[in-house]
Design a protein around this ligand. Structure first.
Ligand code: ASP
Length: 294
């Protein structure tokens, strides 16, 4: 069975630029190189997501959206399908690569850490600090604050969280995701991304999935786990379509990348765009959205 790495850069209604797609391609390349070198699926997922966090052009790591009080509180999670080990960080401040912090949590007896402990562990392992937001970013936040009546609408429109799923040479799968959250969120808000079973799920017996979209709806449906369990009894595309339809029916929007146990991959979203792509030995494919499954 082929090794495979798939990446998404958030479901939303903004058309990804060439720069977004190029950076996505670079993340695929770097993650896939790890797989070729014999790394575990989990390590390929971390490597790909770290590239996207570092780029500063997605809503993750250096580009994470600010909460309404001006702080960047970042979320990330990881799950290894070979043993169901998982790690996540919630509301992490001042660290550039929350996905690397989530990886550190996997080596602890815990699954989730909030900023209180996650930050200490990240510093102890010398993870890179995050620069303070520029004046331009603060001005953007100020504009959002002033258009308060539209924040509900803004919340529904802009995403660009990042995520990845991979299958390694041992046929094991892993999933990960990283985000700054959503536009116009209250301080302390936590979305689906760091919640195992909502934003990500991986079990080598079934598949691996990473989600993006309106976090509150994704949490309420336990979207990642639901799809991963449904693919035991129905074709993967049908399982994804059914759950995404249900998300829309409760007022949300979402996108997913899914690897299945038999070697297949599904990319699907309810929004006009979701920059995404995958790489196998046949090549690297990147696009701005899969319109056929809207
Ligand atoms: N799901 C993320 C959140 O709610 C947002 C996104 O996918 O862009 O925090």
């Amino acid at each position: 069975m082929n090794m495979l790495l798939a990446v998404h850069c958030g479901a939303g209604d903004r058309k990804p630029t060439k720069k977004h797609l190029k950076t996505l391609g670079r993340a695929l390349e770097i993650g896939y190189k790890k797989l070729i070198e014999g790394a575990k699926a989990l390590d390929a997922v971390v490597a790909a997501i770290a590239v996207l966090e570092d780029s500063g052009i997605f809503n993750a790591g250096a580009g994470g959206i600010l909460q309404m009080d001006g702080a960047r509180r970042l979320d990330a999670s990881l799950m290894d399908g070979s043993d169901l080990n998982a790690g996540s960080v919630i509301g992490l401040e001042g660290i550039r690569n929350p996905i690397k912090a989530a990886r550190l949590v996997m080596d602890l007896p815990h699954v989730m850490l909030t900023n209180l402990g996650a930050h200490k562990i990240a510093l102890a392992h010398h993870l890179e600090p995050l620069e303070t937001p520029s004046g331009k970013i603060m001005a953007k936040l100020e504009k959002i604050r002033r258009t308060d009546t539209e924040t509900g609408e803004l919340y529904k429109r802009y995403f660009s969280t990042v995520g990845a799923v991979a299958r390694d040479s041992e046929r094991n799968v892993a999933a990960g995701a990283s985000t700054g959250g959503v536009v116009a969120m209250l301080p302390g808000r936590v979305g689906d991304t760091p919640i195992i079973g909502a934003g990500v799920y991986a079990d080598t017996r079934f598949g691996a999935i990473s989600c993006t979209g309106t976090g509150e709806h994704i949490i309420r449906m336990s979207l990642a786990k639901e799809i991963c369990m449904n693919i035991r009894n129905m074709p993967p595309r049908a399982a994804a379509r059914l759950s995404l339809k249900n998300i829309v029916s409760i007022g949300g929007n979402a996108g997913i990348i899914l690897l299945t146990e038999d070697g297949g991959a599904v990319i699907m979203h309810t929004t006009p765009y979701m920059a995404s792509g995958y790489v196998t030995k046949r090549g690297c494919f990147v696009w701005e959205g899969m319109h056929s499954d809207k």
